[in-house]
Design a protein around this ligand. Structure first.
Ligand code: SF4
Ligand code: SF4
Length: 188
């Protein structure tokens, strides 16, 4: 019996290889849900930078220069934890099924995406990307009490191109301070 099993195994090994010729051929199997290289989804990403802040391996960086924000993933630093995908509010980044890290060119180790930056019209500090500010505005107006939508929309138009410090400094002058809402009586 032992002999028959051994012969069967030997024949199997002859006709059906147990391994593939990877890396000279494709790998035999990439399991579903594999944590491969993270990739930006250009149509969804708004350049908010939340993924860079939460990446504990510092594999994602933000570079603000002039009127451009560049967001980059440095693959050699990535530990495939998937935190960037979990934290992204816009489905702008996802782990792919690409698992091969070796490259001939150093440039292939990074991927980048660029955005137009909005700078504060008072002090020139970075506010955020155009896409991020538009999304924040949309979310605020969607979720705010309908009775104050118009007033809040008018306030947003006054301060959307100001940084946080200048918004605070100018809030009384522009009449955008939220204090004006505290005194309003809400009927329930
Ligand atoms: S939208 Fe998502 S992927 Fe893009 S910068 Fe923000 S957190 Fe990162
Ligand atoms: S998978 Fe983890 S280590 Fe890699 S870029 Fe995303 S958060 Fe950073």
């Amino acid at each position: 019996m032992v002999k028959i099993t051994a012969i069967k195994e030997a024949l199997k090994a002859l006709f059906k290889p147990a391994t593939t010729k990877y890396p000279h051929g494709p790998p035999s199997h990439v399991p579903p849900g594999i944590r491969g290289l993270p990739q930006f989804k250009d149509d969804n990403c708004i350049g908010c930078g939340a993924c860079a802040v939460c990446c504990s391996a510092k594999a994602i960086s933000i570079e603000d220069k002039g009127k451009t924000r560049r967001l980059s993933i440095h693959y050699p630093r990535c530990i495939f934890c998937g935190r960037c995908e979990d934290i992204c509010p816009e489905d702008g980044i996802a782990l792919s099924d690409r698992f091969e890290l070796a490259a001939y060119d150093k440039k292939e180790a990074d991927v980048s995406i660029e955005f137009k930056l909005v700078r504060c019209k008072e002090c020139n500090a970075v506010v955020s990307t155009k896409e991020h500010l538009a999304k924040v505005k949309e979310r605020i107006l969607e979720n705010i009490d309908p009775r104050i939508v118009d007033e809040v929309a008018a306030d947003l138009a006054k301060y959307e191109n100001l940084c946080v410090d200048c918004r605070r400094k100018l809030s009384y002058q522009l009449n955008t301070h939220t204090q004006k809402y505290y005194s309003q009586r809400w009927e329930t």
